[in-house]
Design a protein around this ligand. Structure first.
Ligand code: NAG
Length: 174
């Protein structure tokens, strides 16, 4: 049945991913095999909590574009880890996962650039005098951007809560 639908779409020039299954559907088994390689069912893995997944529940990443930045960075870290792992071991599932992560990195490339921006900013050596002088030289321009965001926020809250302005008017209802 699936191939007939696929053929139908092929005739219409492409066979979309919805029919062939998402990347994740292809790599589920490989993830299980990797879990086995790394003995993740042993209890010590859970010590000190998670490193990634608690961030999905902290309520900070509700905005889709922001969440993509977080996910892009996690994808990148997994990609680094698995590429490093290939130095000591090779297997079909490892290769599959690396390939899938490369695909995700392409899909998330813009978010990955945003994540890199954050990391570069976070890693600036602010105790270096040359960097400090650059920072001060750019401070007016940076805080001007901050101000623009603040004004947007004020306008938004005024729109959402018009009573805060009306409160100043005398009560005419008697
Ligand atoms: C997983 O357990 C096996 C068997 O005890 C061991 O040989 C292997 O080194 C372990 N792998 C890791 C990544 O700890």
């Amino acid at each position: 049945m699936a191939w007939q639908i696929c053929l139908f779409f092929l005739l219409m020039s492409t066979c979309p991913d919805v029919i062939t299954g998402s990347t994740f559907e292809h790599i589920k088994d490989s993830i299980m095999k990797l879990e086995n390689d790394f003995n993740t069912s042993q209890s010590d893995v859970a010590d000190d909590g998670s490193i990634f997944t608690h961030r999905f529940r902290n309520g900070l990443w509700t905005e889709a574009n922001e969440k993509k930045i977080l996910l892009a960075q996690m994808i990148s870290m997994y990609s680094n880890m698995l590429k490093y792992a290939t130095k000591t071991q090779t297997s079909d599932h490892l290769r599959d996962l690396i390939e899938a992560l490369e695909e995700y990195k392409t899909q998330f490339s813009e978010s990955l650039k945003k994540a890199n921006d954050l990391i570069e900013v976070a890693n600036l050596p602010m105790n270096d005098l040359k960097i400090q002088r650059k920072a001060v030289a750019e401070m007016y321009r940076v805080l001007l951007e901050v101000n623009a965001e603040e004004i947007k926020r004020l306008r938004r809250s005024r729109r959402q809560n018009p009573r805060s302005q009306k409160r100043l008017l005398p009560n005419l209802r008697g």
